[in-house]
Write a new protein. Structure first.
Length: 98
């Protein structure tokens, strides 16, 4: 997701936008033998991995006015079509790059 060629990024999504984006995604966690978590593809299609996070300061309560960041890594631009119906105005979309 960080520095990859294919994906999407946005830094200021409302709770409603986050809910639209995550409604079809299972929660995805993975670890190996008690070691650090290892990312694995999950979600709509196997070529995507997404990371969502609240934009509040650590320790702050998450409220209805909180905003979120979403980073999506993809194996190809074709894999990104699976999230087009979320209605999010992406700050970066690899399909826009030449």
């Amino acid at each position: 997701m960080f520095g990859g060629r294919f994906g999407l990024a946005v830094i200021d999504v409302s709770p409603a936008g986050l809910a639209r984006f995550t409604s079809e995604w299972p929660r995805c966690t993975s670890s190996h033998g008690g070691g650090p978590a290892r990312p694995r593809p999950c979600g709509p299609g196997t070529g995507l991995l997404a990371w969502t996070m609240v934009n509040d300061r650590p320790g702050s309560p998450v409220t209805d006015s909180s905003t979120y960041s979403i980073l999506v890594g993809a194996r190809s631009n074709q894999d990104i079509i699976h999230v087009d119906d979320a209605g999010i105005a992406w700050d970066w979309d690899s399909r826009d790059d030449p």
